[in-house]
Design a protein around this ligand. Structure first.
Ligand SMILES: NC(=O)c1ccc[n+]([C@@H]2O[C@H](COP(=O)([O-])OP(=O)(O)OC[C@H]3O[C@@H](n4cnc5c(N)ncnc54)[C@H](OP(=O)(O)O)[C@@H]3O)[C@@H](O)[C@H]2O)c1
Length: 313
């Protein structure tokens, strides 16, 4: 089968097409195979490829296969799902550390990573959701704000941020979002009550405090700003960090939480249905063939593109 390997740590050029033997049914106990249709390109993929997370990946060395998000068709049955069922999910890449990610034609998955896709959902759209939805939902779970409390979401224009805005709004929170210029009206439709444009951290802090002089109850730091945002938080507030190297030092009884999302098939099934029903909005920026993974990484790294970049397989 065709895969894209990271052949050494480096720039997008280290992503190379290669051939590996196709997994066979039952060759790894407890795993089933998915014939891949779409894979998401996540920010973590870029950092792992560049060698920035070499410590976190431990003994795993190139060549390995990147990729967490997937959508495709089951090749093997699982309880409640026949072979051929369209499914989506994400590989908990850091927990597994097998280096067998989603940039491949056939992927081995655990049954509890996957949820069936509604009939009318496209593979590309489904593959944009799993990791981001789990991060937004589990992150909000860690924050545990009551309805009516005020949440600041940085990176509100990005994939995780957009979902965090929607889930927080649905849970009755008042949402302040930090967004790219021009995204204000869209993010209001998604559920943001107040939108400030992104900029230097001190400018963002000033804009948030201008609208909320009593400060906010919690921060969902989707843009990985870190310490510089603490002045927007009330004493005893909650700060959720999305990356281990962007965890602020707690002060004023602020509770600092971190998250590494884990698969939750039940929650994913609900979110996929909501996307199909138009109740939850996710965004695809670009769709490229698997063979153009290096170009996909170049585009993701260049930024300035809202939505998930998807590899079509
Ligand atoms: N802890 C976990 O389990 C976990 C899981 C998933 C993600 N994360 C982290 O959470 C962060 C956010 O992830 P993500 O998937 O939401 O990021 P993303 O959407 O893939 O990336 C954000 C990118 O989109 C661009 N962008 C967003 N909105 C835009 C707009 N309206 N116009 C132009 N460009 C726009 C940004 O460009 P600019 O560079 O120009 O701003 C940035 O490069 C990442 O750092 C990721 O690593 C953590």
């Amino acid at each position: 089968m065709r895969v894209v390997e990271v052949i050494a740590y480096g720039g997008p050029e280290v992503l190379r097409m290669a051939r590996r033997p196709e997994p066979e049914a039952g060759d790894v106990p407890g795993r089933v195979r998915v014939s891949m249709k779409a894979a998401g390109v996540n920010q973590a993929d870029l950092r792992i490829r560049a060698g920035r997370y070499a410590d976190a990946v431990g003994a795993l060395k190139p060549p390995f296969i990147l990729g967490t998000d997937f959508a495709g068709k089951l090749l093997d049955p699982v309880p409640g799902m026949a072979a051929g069922t369209r499914v989506a999910g994400f590989v908990p890449w850091y927990q597994e550390l097998t280096g067998e990610g989603t940039y491949t034609e056939v992927l081995r998955v655990a049954p509890d990573w996957i949820a069936p896709m509604p009939d009318d959902l496209e593979f590309t759209v489904a593959a944009s959701l799993p990791l981001a939805a789990a991060t937004a939902q589990q992150g909000l779970g860690r924050i545990a704000l009551p309805a009516g409390a005020t949440l600041l979401v940085t990176g509100g224009s990005a994939v995780v941020g957009r979902l965090a805005i929607q889930y927080a709004h649905a849970a009755g929170m008042r949402v302040v979002a930090v967004a790219h210029e021009g995204d204000e009206s869209e993010l209001r439709v998604l559920g943001a009550d107040h939108v400030v444009t992104r900029g230097a951290p001190e400018d963002v802090v000033a804009k948030v405090l201008a609208g909320d002089p009593d400060r906010v109850d919690a921060v969902f730091d989707g843009a990985l700003v870190g310490d510089a945002l603490l002045p927007v938080l009330k004493d005893g507030g909650v700060f959720l960090a999305l990356a281990p190297d962007r965890v602020p030092t707690a002060e004023r009884d602020i509770r600092v939480e971190t998250i590494r999302a884990t698969p939750d098939a039940v929650a994913l099934r609900e979110s996929l249905q909501k996307v199909a029903d138009g109740e939850l909005i996710t965004r695809v920026a670009d769709v490229l063939p698997l063979a153009e993974a290096a170009e996909a990484h170049r585009r993701a790294e260049a930024g300035h593109r809202p939505g998930r970049i998807i590899l079509m397989i």
